[in-house]
Design a binder for this molecule. Sequence first.
Ligand SMILES: Nc1ncnc2c1ncn2[C@@H]1O[C@H](COP(=O)(O)OP(=O)(O)OP(=O)(O)O)[C@@H](O)[C@H]1O
Ligand SMILES: [Mg+2]
Length: 382
Amino acid sequence: MTENTILLVDDEAGIRKVLGISLADSGYTVHTAENGAQALRMFKKITPAIVLTDIKMPDMDGIELLRRIKEENPDTEVIMFTGHGDMDLAIKSLKYEATDFVTKPINDDVLEIALKRARERISMRQKLKEYTQNLEKLVEEKAAKLLEAERMAAVGQTITELSHTIKNMADGLKGSIFVLGKGIELDNKKYLLEGWKMAEGNLEKIRNLSLDLLNYGKYADVHFSVCDPNTPAKEVVKLMQSKAKDKGVALKMELHTDLQPFCFDQEAIHRCLLNIVSNALDACSEAKAGGKGKKVVVKTLPAKDWGVEYQVIDNGSGMDEDVTQKIFQSIFSTKGTHGTGIGLMMSKKIVDQHEGIIKVKSKKGKGSTFIVRLPMRIEAGA
Ligand SMILES: Nc1ncnc2c1ncn2[C@@H]1O[C@H](COP(=O)(O)OP(=O)(O)OP(=O)(O)O)[C@@H](O)[C@H]1O
Ligand SMILES: [Mg+2]
């Protein structure tokens, strides 16, 4: 909208000329039209902020013009020129939200007052618009701050959990040093060996924790390339055989032979499955009967609308409802100093990056099935 532009509409050439000059003198850019149709055409072209129009004109009268202009742009200020005895028309124009009336013959001072009112309304509307925009911006900023606060709270919680884990490990180390000390003091080889073994175990845990943490930060990006979905499953089962044997658990795989290769991050999915299988083996050796009759099966399956479905099935300790709620969310572990609780958090992060799903079905004392589905992605890239 052009703030300082006025469209002056009157069928009398004399009025157009005289008023046009005086308005231009007052600093307005003035366009004139001699009838409603011409006025409408010009209005659409120059979008003036203010229209001055005679109320009585042949063909399209002032009221009709007012109505059509308000239809085009309701913010336009329209001032009507009325003759004596046009009161009915003037009142009618109120219905269509004319800004003001000025009676003919036009008195410059009266017109100036009407124009001033129109300008005030324009600037008020402008201010209101700015105010609303500022308000919107403010709301946006506030929302962003809230989000950041929420994120910081989550970080805080993670740090708390992490500190707990580290403290447990430190306690473990302290314990080993105590046993070692006793061994030295009493010159007892059995204590020395025991302490040494404990220290080794604890060091290994600290090493694993730092590696997990490093990985968690490091693999912020995933790299998609065309891969065979059976490959990471095969690799993981092979890699985990010796751990399975140590724990007396049978680790098997059942791979579907007809799966199409598609784009995913093979290394990331390898890590994801490794965590899940490692947990399944732990669950089996933890179960009441130890590793006896315990088995873990890694399956790949086709799934409608997905690239692949991985299943890791164990008949180990299982979990109750309360535990299944927590396992993907944060650093949560029931393994005391044996686990960091980062494993599944990382697995979930990887699956999320693939826009896949990870879920678990579990029954306390019976076992668990972890399911990972990856979408059939066709573009490679990061
Ligand atoms: N197959 C499973 N059967 C029973 N419980 C499981 C199974 N998988 C995971 N859990 C539970 O979920 C918890 C979290 O697993 P997660 O892999 O995140 O951490 P973790 O194994 O304890 O430690 P780590 O960081 O060394 O992997 C485990 O402590 C365990 O209680
Ligand atoms: Mg784990």
